[in-house]
Design a protein around this ligand. Structure first.
Ligand code: NAD
Length: 493
């Protein structure tokens, strides 16, 4: 595979090619666009991302189409061996990948490490699923008419377009690429143009892992590239992770050819603290749930509901915990929270804060920025208490370090408040009462409910939301099935 980090003659920064097609990095003469890649923690441009042009996108899809018959015909076990090898190579490249995430997104070391571990676990999990013969073998369907035989089997959907955002670039890519390859699909990946160095590194490992040329292709750029990819008639499936607004556009565009879609979108999730919960652990989970990855998580539990008996005590502990967070560049010893991904995202989050505040919300307390933050895209963690239920900070996804806290009296009230949203991605419940926990588990409208745990994610459990949080599920067996078509035969011989 061609070298991807090409030095620029003028300023020494790297330039990432607009596309990688059938294993070859493609520099375009008539580049559609080139955008800077920043170090979010310093605000300095560290490289440039070329955007794929129209011909490159077409070539990438056609390369995936050409590679499809042979890849689809390989055995699941042989695909599993390749996935296992990808997991090993990611693990071997851990330091490089961690370093790239810290350098681009400004993620603190522990968060960058966790992303690599999640990617490894995902490839390992789907490698193991490939050895589960029952998941891939045709199954006989028992019929009342014994003169005919029915069979059901799963077949690869075809060419899958994988479109991912910038907040967990390598993880989201792994969640899509591993099941797609396991299913026998070939893919065209479009990472976010803000964080693409990480995906360039990942794609750079695939040839060594034994992925044949053309099975994984990559096109780079922003909305224009994503749009063209989704609309390409030779794409059979679109797996998109991103904002709900763009998800709607993707769904409309995919409808023209009835492309299969998986949409992992936004959230406005609740964390519920009952009075019987351990308050120290509740505060710790509230902090990680709202301010992990600087709040740039679809699963951010940014609506914190606390039972009224312990509301004041919880708030006092939360204020102390938020005050103790060190917001700083990733190399600073003791860092607990990094920057937002870009200057424009910082502007967007600030504008939302201003709108919420001018509409009556008030920041009760906030953390502070370490002096090392300099010109990076940092924002301190902020806590808003008791905003109106129609305040934008309570209703909309901020995707930044802003959490709202409200009190509740009864479980009924907490469930009603938590469910008063059109999103439904996740929820967290903290309680010592097992029967109360069960009630919340079944009453909260969310794809995943954590009970007395941090936001642990295992590839064995599915990920995906209700309502505006999306359609379909990633991870788990359903994640594999989302890249397969269920087919049947009925035979008289
Ligand atoms: P975004 O929707 O702006 O972009 C996501 C991706 O889609 C990017 O690669 C972008 O270039 C591309 N894109 C933009 N317009 C497109 C179009 N018209 N057609 C096709 N592709 C297009 O989102 P973002 O700002 O990169 O990420 C933040 C959002 O992602 C948040 O809303 C967050 O909740 C969501 N997210 C959801 C999950 C989940 O699992 N549910 C996980 C991570 C992030």
């Amino acid at each position: 595979m061609t070298t991807i980090f090409e030095p620029r003659a003028d300023d020494g920064a790297f330039v990432l090619p607009g596309a990688t097609i059938a294993g070859v990095a493609q520099r375009a003469v008539d580049v559609r666009d080139t955008t800077p890649i920043y170090n979010a923690a310093t605000g300095v441009v560290i490289g440039w991302q070329e955007h794929a042009n129209v011909a490159q996108i077409d070539d990438a899809v056609r390369a995936a189409r050409t590679a499809l018959p042979r890849w689809r015909a390989t055995t699941p076990a042989s695909r599993g061996q390749i996935l296992k090898r990808i997991a090993e190579l990611i693990e071997h490249s851990r330091d490089r990948l961690v370093g790239a995430q810290m350098r681009v997104s400004g993620k603190p070391p522990l968060e960058a490490e966790q992303d690599v571990s999640d990617a490894v676990a995902t490839f390992d999990y789907y490698a193991a699923l490939c050895d589960d013969v029952g998941l891939f073998a045709p199954q006989t369907v028992s019929l009342p008419d014994k003169t005919v035989a029915g069979q059901r089997y799963y077949d690869a959907v075809g060419v899958a377009a994988l479109i991912v955002p910038w907040n967990f670039p390598m993880v989201t890519t792994a969640w899509k690429m591993a099941p797609a390859l396991a299913a026998g699909c070939t893919v065209v990946l479009k990472p976010s143009e803000l964080t693409s160095p990480v995906e360039h590194m990942l794609v750079g490992l695939l040839a060594e892992a034994g992925v044949p040329d053309g099975v994984v292709n990559m096109v780079n750029g922003g909305a224009a590239v994503g749009t063209q990819l989704v609309e390409h008639p030779l794409v059979d499936k679109v797996s998109f992770t991103g904002s709900t607004e763009v998800g709607k556009r993707v769904m409309r565009a995919a409808a023209n050819d009835m492309k299969r879609t998986t949409l992992e979108l936004g959230g406005k999730s609740a964390l519920i603290v009952r009075a019987d919960a351990d308050l120290d652990s509740a505060v710790s989970l509230a902090v990680s749930g709202a301010f992990g990855n600087a709040g740039q998580m679809c699963s951010a539990t940014a609506r914190i509901l606390v039972q009224d008996q312990v509301y004041n005590e919880f708030l006092a502990k939360l204020e102390a915990a938020v005050g103790a967070l060190m917001v700083a560049p990733p190399m600073r010893a003791g860092v607990s929270m990094g920057p937002l991904v870009s200057a424009s995202h910082l502007v967007r989050v600030r504008a939302m804060l201003d709108a919420g505040i001018s509409d009556g919300a008030a920041v009760a307390f906030s953390g502070r920025l370490d002096e090392s933050c300099g010109k990076g895209f940092f924002l301190p963690p902020m806590v808003v208490t008791d905003p109106d239920v129609d305040n934008v900070l309570w209703t909309d996804e901020v995707f930044g370090p802003v959490a709202c806290v409200k009190s509740f009296h009864t479980d009924d009230e907490a469930i009603q408040i938590a469910n008063s949203t059109r999103y439904g991605l996740v929820a967290t419940v903290l309680t010592a009462d097992a029967s109360a926990a069960k009630r919340y588990q079944y009453s909260l409208r969310a794809g995943l409910v954590w009970i007395n745990t941090p936001q642990l994610i295992f590839p064995q459990l599915c990920w995906g939301g209700l309502g505006l949080s999306g359609i379909g599920r990633e991870l788990g067996v359903e994640g594999l099935r989302s890249y397969q078509e269920l087919r049947h035969t009925l035979s008289a011989i």
